[in-house]
Design a protein around this ligand. Structure first.
Ligand SMILES: Cc1cc2nc3c(=O)[nH]c(=O)nc-3n(C[C@H](O)[C@H](O)[C@H](O)COP(=O)(O)OP(=O)(O)OC[C@H]3O[C@@H](n4cnc5c(N)ncnc54)[C@H](O)[C@@H]3O)c2cc1C
Length: 348
């Protein structure tokens, strides 16, 4: 092992330990993900895979963090995606926001679910932009976004009345933005996930990231899907590891199911790291299949873990219970299981 690889490995292990110690408190809502993201940023791990660098280390960071807490793994994905967008933005926006996002000093919001759904032909963008002399004003809802704090940086898609579609950047405390009180969730409460309302929010021309929504989403989509699959991989491994200790006695009844889910996990992980090593050679349908498989195997593994753990896993304070609740989000996260199945069907 070279010194550089060993150092990254040690950093990832230290971050995993940090998140492990906080996972229960995060689940109870006693703290939030800003501390974890700042810690990961300070270690330089948010920058992995930027600007054409191989994505495999970033995949490993999200994978290992999510094995300790999907809450943090999911927020880390959102932060890293906001950074990815800014990294691909014009120089002015890069200079303004890249370092603060990469260090975790600024928290990033990716409100791009509506864009991916729209580009799949499944709905219109809810935010409407009107041109002004020096940019746009934006009105409409963001139905869901995570990492939403008053000083977060939001990257969002919008459309104009004459059908142009763009991506822009705004601070959450900008005039005209109302952040709804976060609803109580089954899990992931520490991610500050909520809805927002824009009312004539002024965005200067300099904060329009791109006017080519489809081209931009095409560029970021492999990273988007690979890092989402990374947190599916992490939580699945944690559940399988716990399940593997309970296959004796009555647990032996679940041996074949355990073997089955483990084989699905092995396949997922092998493809995840192979695709991350060179996304450019991967056919688009394979990213869709990978992300879909990630969601399916994570739900199966957390369900199996809960079954094998018995009553103790039904206590909401247990890690088994937390993973079970956290994983329930994966089939509805955009691109949702319904959308992924529909997209895959277009290739068949
Ligand atoms: C806790 C949480 C955090 C989130 N964080 C983020 C975030 O950070 N960023 C972000 O961008 N999004 C975020 N989301 C949104 C998420 O990624 C999904 O987009 C969202 O959960 C989809 O839910 P929806 O209620 O909009 O469902 P919909 O997409 O409206 O789907 C509801 C039902 O309608 C069906 N349906 C949907 N569209 C069609 C159609 N065109 N034709 C026929 N049937 C259709 C679906 O199959 C489903 O059965 C978050 C959501 C949650 C719950």
């Amino acid at each position: 092992m070279t010194a550089a690889i060993e150092r990254t490995y040690e950093q990832r292990a230290a971050i995993a330990a940090f998140v492990r110690d906080r996972a229960a408190a995060l689940d109870r809502g006693e703290t939030d993900i800003r501390i974890d993201l700042a810690h990961i940023g300070e270690a330089g791990l948010l920058r992995k895979g930027l600007s054409g660098e191989c994505l495999d280390e970033m995949v490993a960071v999200v994978d290992e963090v999510a094995a300790e807490s999907l809450t943090v793994g999911f927020s880390l994905w959102a932060q890293r995606m906001a950074l990815e967008y800014i990294d691909r933005a014009p120089q002015f926006l890069r200079d303004l926001y890249r370092d603060d996002l990469a260090s975790g000093r600024t928290i990033g919001v990716t409100a791009m679910a509506a864009a991916l759904k729209h580009l799949a032909g499944l709905g219109e963008l809810p935010l409407l932009a009107e041109r002004t002399d020096d940019g746009i004003t934006v009105t409409g809802p963001i139905h869901w976004a995570s990492n939403v704090f008053p000083d977060s940086l939001i990257v969002f898609p919008a459309r104009t009345a004459d059908g142009e579609r763009l991506v822009a950047v705004v601070r959450a405390d900008a005039e005209g933005i109302t952040i709804a009180n976060p609803p109580e969730l089954l899990a992931l409460g520490a991610t500050s996930s909520t809805s927002l309302r824009f009312d004539g929010v002024r965005i200067p021309q300099s904060h329009i990231l791109t006017e080519n929504l489809a081209g931009f989403c095409g560029m970021i989509r492999p990273t988007f899907m690979l890092l989402q699959t990374s947190f599916c991989s992490g939580i699945t491994r944690a559940s399988l590891s716990e399940a593997s200790t309970r296959l004796d006695g009555l647990g032996a009844q679940f041996s074949s199911e355990f073997e089955d889910v483990s084989a699905q996990y092995d396949s997922l992980r092998e493809r995840l790291y192979r695709f991350a090593a060179d996304p450019s050679v991967v056919p688009p349908a394979e990213f869709i299949r990978l992300r879909l498989d990630g969601s399916v195997v994570a739900v199966a593994a957390t369900r199996l873990e809960a079954t094998l753990r018995g009553g103790a896993g039904y206590a909401s304070a247990s890690a088994t219970n937390r993973r079970f609740r956290e994983a329930a989000f994966l089939p509805i996260q955009s691109p949702s299981e319904g959308q992924l199945r529909w997209e895959l069907s277009q290739y068949e």
